[in-house]
Design a protein around this ligand. Structure first.
Ligand code: GLY
Length: 551
């Protein structure tokens, strides 16, 4: 299961004095983004510069999830202050609530996932542009240069990319999904150089013209024309109108740590805080052994309640009044755990909302020598997004529209359900689980964590936090300890990594759980313990992460 070749931990140092005597560290989903982020940091750039350069590199070297055709969230800790950039996609102006339903009100298979209609208006380029305007220290062109070069000169294909692309092409064929993914990615071969000339030209226009190199002019024209010829709905107006947003991050204290994490339109931040706080309320003084039956049952019970709230109350805050503070209030959470017992599973249908998403996406974590930190999760939704490549512009479009609720109660590709709060409306952001998170201890960064994996993102993030803070694991242990996930539906299913004790799994089955082997995503984690940085990239069959600590 473990691909040891994929993870390299290197150490090198900055001699420059800095306020926190910090080294720098990156935990990245591939070797190219790791190297570029390191180069930018060593060349005097800050964490935001490194993040922007890495984001564009990943659009070239990690096409499963890295992107310019998608969106994401960036949690920032800069000069002692938390900030949050929402560059999530929005529904096109011509989108409508029932656009994925047939005349009988049934969800039409594959329309919201693998079709020309699956895509929200991409937010990544505007997001990076806004991040650069507010925090960047290097020139935009310097930050784009590595991506342009890798697209134009090519890069060596990792076996995980080759296997994933071939499996995706087979899946599209088997399921009669008519997208052009194979025309662009049919030639990827492990160990061989892969060039993307159309993408290189698009990245060059973005390098030359900034935001307008994507949302106006030639690129916008190519996208809109491609849409029109293929019965898509994204127009030049949609592109010109797109705006990423600076938002107040969720900032909550837990066990004395300040957790800075994603606010709505992500469900991730709220869910993580709920999960951690309810765990503490349940645990009380009695220690709970890691991955024991009691631990897994309690966290599954909490998961039922977290996901019931998610389905009812979470959506784009610009369209729906998300009751964030009520959902995080201690008395509310105390009430939520009141009927959890040690030996019995709560019946799924009794868990109502309380106030009355291989899955893909990718994540990276960065700390610079000044103690600034970036936790960035970015996505085109499912692996290789919609499978639709914009002809002439060479990038894959997202299938993020599937993160909306196509119909109340109908599960999306990650099994998540929703209702009015997350129904489709023009220009609205679809609900996300992405949860880029930073933990502070007395004003300094203690942990930077995040993960891909659809709805399991939430679990990967909160369990990485528990692994470090509750169970005192090293970074390497924390990302590779087997995780498990429950999300209300499917009923009483616990998805789990290999490596959980067989007796524990049998005991959970005896209680009535169905246990299903799975792998969620690759956590990218940096820990600062006593001003000593360690970083780790999870090793699993889908990952090729690289972590570097600069000493
Ligand atoms: N597309 C996965 C998420 O945003 O949660």
């Amino acid at each position: 299961m473990k691909n040891l070749l994929n993870s390299v931990i290197l150490f090198f140092s900055f001699s420059t004095f800095n306020a926190y005597s910090f080294e720098a560290a990156v935990a990245m989903p591939d070797s190219y983004s790791a190297q570029v982020a390191k180069d930018i940091l060593q060349d005097g750039g800050n964490a935001i510069d490194a993040a922007i350069a890495a984001q564009f590199v990943l659009a070239v070297t990690l096409p499963e999830a890295g992107n310019i055709g998608g969106g994401g969230f960036m949690t920032i800790f800069h000069e002692g202050k938390g900030d949050f950039l929402d560059y999530r996609e929005v529904a096109p102006l011509a989108a409508s609530r029932d656009m994925y339903l047939d005349k009988q009100n049934n969800v039409i298979p594959h329309l919201s996932t693998f079709s020309i209609l699956s895509s929200g208006v991409p937010g990544t380029v505007d997001g990076m542009w806004q991040a650069h305007k507010k925090y960047g220290s290097k020139t935009w062109q310097e930050l784009l240069a590595p991506a342009v070069k890798l697209a134009s000169d090519g890069f060596i294909v990792h076996p995980v990319l080759a296997t994933g692309a071939q499996a995706t092409i087979r899946r599209f064929k088997e399921q009669n999904i008519n997208v052009n993914f194979a025309d662009y990615f049919g030639a990827v071969e492990a160990g061989k150089v892969f060039k993307q000339p159309e993408l290189a030209a698009t990245l060059k226009r973005i390098s030359d013209n900034g935001r307008d190199g994507f949302y106006r002019g030639k690129t916008a024209h190519i996208i809109a024309k491609y849409m029109k010829h293929n019965d898509g709905i994204i127009t030049e107006k949609d592109l010109a109108n797109y705006q990423s947003k600076w938002r107040q991050p969720i900032q909550e204290t837990w066990r004395g740590y300040d957790i800075i994490t994603a606010p709505p339109p992500s469900s991730g931040g709220i869910a993580i805080i709920q999960w951690l706080a309810m765990f503490d309320l349940l645990k009380q003084e009695k220690p709970i052994e890691h991955n024991s039956q009691r631990y897994m049952h309690f966290l599954a019970e909490i998961g039922k309640r977290v996901f019931a709230d998610r389905a009812e109350y979470l959506g784009d805050p610009d369209f729906y009044d998300v009751p964030t503070s009520k959902l995080l209030a201690k008395p509310y959470l105390q009430k939520r755990i009141a009927n959890i017992t040690e030996n019995r599973i709560s019946a799924t249908e009794t868990i109502k909302p309380g106030l009355h998403e291989s899955r893909d996406t990718t994540h990276f974590s960065i700390i610079d020598k000044w103690g600034n930190a970036i936790s960035n999760t970015t996505t085109i939704n499912y692996t290789f997004g919609s499978g639709v490549v914009v002809e002439g512009a060479g990038f894959i479009l997202n299938d993020e529209m599937d993160d909306f609720s196509a119909k109340p109660g109908a599960a999306n590709i990650f099994g998540a359900v929703g209702g009015t709060a997350n129904e489709i409306q023009p220009n609205k952001r679809m609900l996300s689980s992405m949860a880029p998170t930073i933990l502070l201890n007395e004003g300094k960064v203690e942990m930077v964590t995040g993960s891909p994996g659809g709805t399991t993102i939430i679990t990967s993030v909160y369990q990485s936090i528990l692994n470090v803070i509750e169970f005192n694991m090293t970074a390497e242990q924390a990302v590779n300890a087997p995780r498990f996930h429950h999300q209300l539906l499917p009923e009483n299913e616990i998805w789990h990594y290999d490596g959980i004790n067989a007796d524990v799994l049998s005991a959970l089955q005896a209680m009535g759980y169905k246990v299903v082997p799975d792998t969620f995503g690759d956590v990218q984690l940096i820990i600062n313990r006593g001003n000593e940085l360690t970083a780790a990239s999870e090793k699993n069959v889908y990952s090729r992460g690289v972590s570097l600590v600069f000493d």
